[in-house]
Design a protein around this ligand. Structure first.
Ligand code: DQQ
Length: 574
């Protein structure tokens, strides 16, 4: 069926705009295309739709909002455009689940219909308040210049586990307004609140000139909130801090902790979504609750060179404590890497990453993330192999699974690191290094890894791999998820996403897990220490034409110690 003429015209006008304004994938706050916001595609393009990564049946989604566990159900809200597949007309989409993997869509929970949010119901979080039930804190936009206030909403009926209907009381709303000294259009995204010393506390992201900051608010009753004199933390030249998150992690165990826990047995994590690059950065540090201050450890770089939850397409994440399994879970939004023109044609845009359990690495220097265990219930046909040797230039195919919708876990080993290439200290940016070296240029130890979403003759493939270098006193491990050869289509963002991996190589092993799902490859390196989510749109390597290979392109021989791969069932997603 052809597209209506006016849609074709708008798409053409849009394409010209994109070509003249190409920004290499790094963008500020959502791009706005008023003329496309309410255009719904006649039908939904299914070619690259995900089988088990969360997405609504159609249209645009961005940030996960207010994830929580309540009365036996997981709730996920999300910034959602019910009318089109670009950002705009934002409401709070709402889905519920019993297992974080299969989802049922409900009516949107929040619409912009009050004087304090008429121009937008933007991101926020949920707090389950003892004796009162869940309360959502969110950002209301009050005018066309994007001046923002913080608001609250409560369930119409807190005994309904589905929490279908939400009300925004006129009393006390908005609960935080633009005070003197606050930049009104850079003041948003309240966190889950925590209770300490007779007060509720929460953070709101902000920016003053180029300085990113997170304001701290105190309340005794959850409706009267007072801003602390100074931000809980701020860093010069980091721009707007969107969707801040502050939570405790245990020094002793992988178990997650309620957001209100403080003390000697915990560290705290402060995560900010930096609007300038649209990546989620975090530090591990100490929360001095008596002083309303957070101080990053000296092992955590506090700025652009800092740690990221994910070195790929993962933004505006939010965590929550799941009391039913004593774990902390993070969700992140994975935006598209195709063009807006494609989004309008295919009728949808944006997915959520697989929810990840998160805990502190025993080194105390960083977090570890791993897909929630419930995902394993989608695993069906399994194939496995072990102790396969790959000499320089060797590769083999993992046959017998649906390679376009799969889960792969592999452990590689090598007998020596002597052949590791020298590391040039000027290589501070992993992504640049990955773009320079890629998977095709032969190395010493590595590149070795997986070729995911590959066409039979390798015209298209997304390699996920390691390459090990030798620095004067240590080895440097590079992990890449390289989209540069992922598709024969041109108008796509095809970054060579990469991060360094902080892991001890004494046992001469490295592990990798990749969740492959049509247009997403979400990978966890070294047990979840470095993670990369790539969005890719193959033209040949689709459905049954997708293949999975294991390769080594280094002179040091690599052993595939063990490899398990599963075809994945489709989840019931909305
Ligand atoms: N998206 C929301 C904002 C948030 C941004 C608007 C992050 O609240 O700062 O849709 O992607």
């Amino acid at each position: 069926m052809g597209l209506p003429k006016c849609l074709n015209f708008l798409i053409l006008a849009w394409s010209l705009y994109v070509i003249c304004n190409k920004k290499n994938g790094v963008e500020g706050l959502h791009k706005i295309y008023p003329q496309l916001q309410s255009i719904s595609a006649p039908s939904v393009g299914t070619l690259h739709q995900t089988g088990y990564h969360f997405q609504p049946p159609r249209n645009w989604i961005n940030d996960p909002n207010a994830p929580m566990y309540y009365k036996g159900l997981y709730h996920l809200f999300y910034q959602y455009n019910p009318k089109g597949s670009v950002w705009g007309n934002i409401v709070w989409g709402h889905s519920v689940s019993t297992d974080l993997i299969n989802w049922k869509v409900l009516e949107p929970a929040l619409y912009p219909d009050k004087p304090f949010d008429r121009y937008g119901v933007w991101s926020g979080s949920a707090t389950v308040v003892p004796g009162r039930g869940p309360i959502i804190l969110y950002t209301g936009v009050i005018d066309e210049r994007s001046n923002e206030v913080q608001c609250y909403a409560i369930p119409a009926n807190a005994s309904d586990p589905f929490l279908r209907k939400w009300v925004k009381p006129d009393d006390y709303n908005p609960i935080a307004i633009i005070e003197q000294g606050v930049n009104g259009s850079a003041f948003r995204d309240p966190t889950t609140a925590w209770w300490i010393d007779g007060h509720w506390k929460m953070l709101v992201g902000a920016k003053k000139k180029h300085r990113g900051e997170a304001y701290l608010y105190n309340s005794k009753d959850f409706v009267n909130w007072v801003r602390a004199k100074h931000p809980i933390h701020s860093v010069p030249n980091t721009g707007m801090w969107e969707c801040p998150d502050l939570y405790p992690v245990s020094l002793r165990s992988k178990k997650g902790l309620d957001t209100s826990i403080v003390g000697n047995s915990v560290k705290h994590v402060l995560k900010n979504s930096l609007d300038v690059t649209r990546y989620d950065y975090y530090t591990v540090g100490t929360y001095l609750w008596k002083k309303d201050k957070y101080i990053p450890d000296n092992t955590s770089e506090d700025g652009w060179g800092g740690l990221r939850y994910d070195y790929g397409n993962f933004y505006a994440s939010k965590s929550f404590f799941d009391p039913s399994k004593n774990r902390r879970i993070i969700w992140g939004w994975a935006n598209e890497s195709d063009s807006t023109e494609d989004d309008v044609k295919k009728g949808w845009a944006g997915i959520q990453g697989i929810p990840r359990s998160v805990w502190l690495d025993p080194s105390g220097r960083q977090l570890v993330q791993w897909p929630v265990e419930e995902l394993n219930n989608l695993r069906k046909k399994e194939v496995q192999t072990s102790n396969q040797i790959l000499q320089k230039g060797d590769y083999f195919e993992v046959k017998g699974i649906t390679a376009a919708q799969a889960d792969v876990e592999v452990t590689f080993s090598f007998s020596s690191l002597n052949k590791a290439e020298p590391f040039d200290p000027r290589w501070v940016n992993a992504q640049d290094l990955c773009a320079q070296k890629g998977s095709k240029i032969q190395g010493g130890v590595g590149p070795f890894g997986l070729l995911t979403l590959a066409s039979k003759r390798l015209e298209e493939f997304t390699p996920v791999f390691f390459r090990i270098f030798k620095a004067p006193n240590k080895h440097v491990i590079l992990m890449c998820s390289d989209a540069s050869s992922s598709s024969l289509a041109n108008e796509l963002y095809k970054p060579s996403f990469a991060g360094f991996v902080d892991v001890n190589l004494a046992n001469k092993k490295l592990s990798l897990r990749s969740l492959i799902d049509h247009s997403v490859v979400e990978s966890f390196g070294a047990g979840g220490r470095t993670n990369i989510l790539s969005r890719v749109y193959p033209t040949l390597a689709v459905d049954n034409h997708a293949h999975l290979f294991v390769f080594n392109n280094g002179t040091e021989k690599i052993t595939v110690k063990s490899l398990k791969a599963w075809s994945m069932r489709s989840a019931n997603i909305n």
